[in-house]
Design a protein around this ligand. Structure first.
Ligand code: NDP
Length: 323
């Protein structure tokens, strides 16, 4: 039997149950991965609440590391015994083991341990595509990063700094501001009330060419006002709730702005893109340019407590669940 955190109904953290589920066998093109660690992500909350749709019952989770225990017919991407990690749909990672499309697995380099692997795949590949593909940052630019002390935020901030980019981070507490600063943010703003003024002051009135906004509802309009003419609004998350309908005319009025709502699934749909992003991530983590801050660890069985902490904004950096 496999142990897993399953939900039978959408709702608060209390709907998550620690259950026995049948042990899976890999079919054609699939691998069985015995999990060493599982990554906690805000998207897990969206699936739990029903904000993102899934059939029930469901095992939550989109990210883990572990060892390939068996492969089905036709698998060439990985072999039994390989150390691997993944960040992908469909959900099902909150389990001691799972079967997954082998093409979605990436081999972990020897210098990256399982905990780091599980913590960094989803948030790190997101940071990679946001900085290199959604908007290609240039050395000398100043960018705005929301939730800068969070999982994606700390990686994005360090990586931007490594690329010669100056980061204005936004956080909710002085403690988080300290952490963002220690991870490379040049300027940190606590709260959104004075954000536009602070960005204007820090950029000498130029404003920023790109905003990476993962907060959504509470920050969307303020973020638009932080952009320079022709700037790029990257709305990549909804931690405070969905942004809702937008008047396209606003983008014109605020300076011919660009708006995109990127998602990891699109940017890693092709195996070659997944591998390129992962190799980039392994390189910056391997060199020490980006350090993966695993600031919370919970037993998988206590995943509900991890969700409570994440939703209450009590976590910083990355969080893992140990089976
Ligand atoms: P974080 O560690 O960043 O946690 C969320 C943070 O958002 C909190 O710590 C908090 O930081 C901030 N926040 C602001 N308002 C709220 C609110 N009302 N409730 C809770 N948190 C709030 O999570 P992740 O790194 O896992 O994910 C960050 C965001 O990025 C999520 O929205 C996620 O869905 C999105 N994402 C999108 C991806 C994509 O491809 N599009 C891929 C990966 C993540 P503070 O207290 O400083 O305000």
């Amino acid at each position: 039997m496999t142990k897993a955190i399953r939900i039978h109904a959408h709702g608060g953290p209390e709907v998550m149950r620690w259950e026995d589920v049948p042990s899976p066998d890999p079919g054609p093109g699939e691998a069985l991965v015995r999990h060493a660690a599982i990554g906690l992500n805000f998207i897990d909350v969206y699936f739990r609440t029903g904000f993102y749709k899934t059939n029930l019952p469901a095992i939550l989770g989109m990210e883990a590391s572990g060892t390939v225990a068996a492969v089905g017919p036709g698998v060439t991407a990985v072999a039994v015994g390989d150390r691997v990690a993944y960040a992908t749909a469909p959900i099902g990672a909150y389990a001691t083991e799972r079967v997954i499309n082998a093409e979605r697995l990436v081999r972990l380099p020897d210098n990256i341990d399982f905990n780091t692997g599980a913590a960094m795949m989803l948030q790190g590949i997101t940071a990679q595509y946001l900085l290199h593909r959604t908007y290609k940052v240039q050395p000398g630019e100043t960018i705005l990063v929301h939730a800068a002390a969070g999982g994606v935020g700390l990686i994005l901030t360090q990586w931007a700094r490594h690329l010669g980019v100056s980061v204005i981070g936004v956080v909710s507490t002085p403690e988080k501001a300290e952490l963002a600063r220690a991870n490379g943010a040049d300027h940190v703003v606590v709260g959104y009330a004075d954000l536009v003024t602070e960005v204007r002051r820090f950029t000498g009135g130029a404003m920023v060419p790109v905003v990476y906004d993962s907060v959504g509802k509470d920050t969307f309009m303020t973020s638009l006002d932080c952009l320079a003419p022709l700037g790029m609004m990257v709305s990549y998350g909804n931690a405070s709730g969905p942004v809702g309908p937008i008047d396209v005319g606003l983008l014109g009025a605020k300076g011919s702005l660009y708006l995109t709502r990127p998602g990891l699934a699109t940017y890693t749909a092709k195996r070659a893109d997944l591998e390129r992003s992962a190799q980039d991530l392994f390189a910056v983590v391997g060199s020490g340019a980006v350090r993966i801050r695993v600031n919370q660890t919970f037993p998988l069985q206590e995943a509900a407590q991890a969700h409570e902490a994440l939703e209450a904004r009590r976590t910083t950096g990355s969080t893992i669940l140990l089976p």
